[in-house]
Design a protein around this ligand. Sequence first.
Ligand SMILES: [Zn+2]
Length: 256
Amino acid sequence: MKQVLIAIIGGLILISGSCSSAPKKKVVKPVKPKPVNVETKIEHDKIAGLFVFPGGKLKALVMSFDDGPDQDKRLIEIFNKYGIKGTFHLNSGKFAAKSKASLDQLKTVYKGHEVSAHSVSHPHLEFLPASKVSNEILADREKLEKVFGYPIHGMSYPFGTYNQLVLDLLPSLGIVYSRTVTIDASFRLPKNLLVWNPTCHSGTGEYWAKKFIETKKDEMMLLFIWGHAWEFDNAATDSAKEKKLDGDRKYLRAPR
Ligand SMILES: [Zn+2]
């Protein structure tokens, strides 16, 4: 439990992401998980009573971005400019062709932010046998830990998909939280750290940020935004109207 709490708090402080690399050709619906009998399944009320946000604040922001690393650099420059911390979920398979000098540069780029797992090769984990799921995650952790120099316990699901086998394996693979791409459309703390649904995608981040600022409650609230840095490249070529329509259609839900 102590390890879990450290991870939660670390994730929140560092402000966190998952993803898919290039636009998906095949849409695979996330598998609805059965209840997970692991210690990471903690009810919201219990989580809220176990820790506080830095400074005792009631609101915290998590920025959680997937895939990296090339397009993350500009986003991190913007985060640094405005004092925002992010979590960046990386596929270490992309590091294979990079020189040691390039990897050292990456360490500098991500300094002050959290680097987290996203599998080695970005497969659909739910289609793999246990041995391959384990290798995708453990090898990713191992490589990231070697490059960045600290324990990696967070993750986001490649394509946002998983099944019960993946959920059952994660604790033994050293993963204490994993983010999905299922939009929760709320500011609640997670009920299950291995099925951590974000508030929104970055495409509707402005809408939810405004709502977050306006919402006044005497309880801890979390604005959890996920996306990919490369989507901002795509967005730069779109009209504002197209972006809004696309974002609304894909990600926007009425708040609960
Ligand atoms: Zn991804």
